[in-house]
Design a protein around this ligand. Structure first.
Ligand SMILES: [Zn+2]
Length: 287
């Protein structure tokens, strides 16, 4: 009971931190005020072996765990991490980050052969096979090695996470809201799509959850509700969590757009903390 009370208090304080954050934003002052910075993250690092390579995973814990777990798997997508950190300092939350020398594709050697994989295509066997082939070398041993790494990464995300937030950036117009609209190459992956013509087509959210989809669309952001049954099984985290009916959201802006990222991420955290405030008893039931 004591723990539940503490949890509720920490969520309440999170809500008030966000209120402060928004009050400052409304004052038209976009420059962070030093005194606003509330949480200095506790940093830890775990090293995982893949073949002969060691891949460090950094965990930044802002305040006490509050159910919001962010993950950055593509180490070259730095704007998303910068934007999210600016908000997490105020709200609290967990940030998990795969370190890969600012590269997207992870390379490793096994039995004298160099393999490569995309760390967002490894959360199913089909996905691992595909990403190994996309990177020109495949073997069963390499697949098993990557599968172990994927399981290790997933083990860092607690089952108690109320929302998993994936931090991504993309290249101008290569992957956008249009990919999910009629005629787009991912049209069948979407159950619903909202496109705002005033927004950059590269700035999108994609979620497994209908409520988060609706709320981010209502806020005016390009939004995709993933069709969790029909979407292509590509080994990505969105498919992994969609199959398990877990709440997952990917926020994505074009490379370099830190401020747009920060604003979208901040909106999401306000939604998540408002929900918690409205139904604290729900938090207790679910424990
Ligand atoms: Zn990415």
């Amino acid at each position: 009971m004591k723990i539940r009370t503490l949890k509720y208090i920490s969520l309440t304080s999170l809500f008030f931190s966000l209120l402060t954050l928004f009050a400052n934003a409304q004052a038209g002052d976009n420059i962070p005020v030093v005194s606003d910075v509330k949480y200095t993250p506790y940093r830890s690092s775990i090293a995982f072996k893949v073949g002969t390579r060691t891949i460090p995973v950094t965990i930044l814990q802002y305040g006490q765990p509050n159910g919001i777990v962010c993950i950055n798997v593509h180490d070259n997508e730095t704007a998303s991490v910068e934007g999210a950190k600016a908000v997490l300092e105020l709200t609290g939350g967990t940030l998990i980050k795969i370190e890969n020398n600012k590269q997207r594709v992870v390379k490793f050697r096994l039995n004298g052969v160099t393999y490569g994989f995309d760390p967002n295509r490894i959360y199913s066997r089909i996905g691992i096979g595909q990403t190994l082939r996309d990177n020109r070398k495949y073997s069963k041993a390499a697949m098993e090695e990557i599968e172990k790494f994927a399981q290790s990464v997933l083990s860092l995300i607690p089952d108690t996470a109320s929302c998993v937030v994936a931090l991504h950036n993309n290249t101008d117009e290569a992957f956008s809201i249009r990919s999910y609209m009629v005629g787009g190459n991912r049209q069948r992956d979407a159950r619903a799509v909202y496109a705002n013509p005033l927004e950059d087509i590269d700035d999108i959210i994609l979620t497994t959850d209908s409520l988060l989809y609706q709320q981010m669309a209502d806020a005016g952001y390009n939004s995709i509700w993933q069709d969790n049954e029909r979407a292509k099984r590509d080994g990505s985290l969105s498919i992994y969590y969609g199959e398990r009916s877990r709440r997952y959201i990917n926020i994505e802006t074009q490379h370099g757009k830190v401020e747009q990222y920060r604003v979208m991420f901040e909106k999401l955290l306000l939604i998540l903390t408002n929900e918690t405030k409205k139904s604290p008893e729900k938090t207790e039931d679910s424990e």
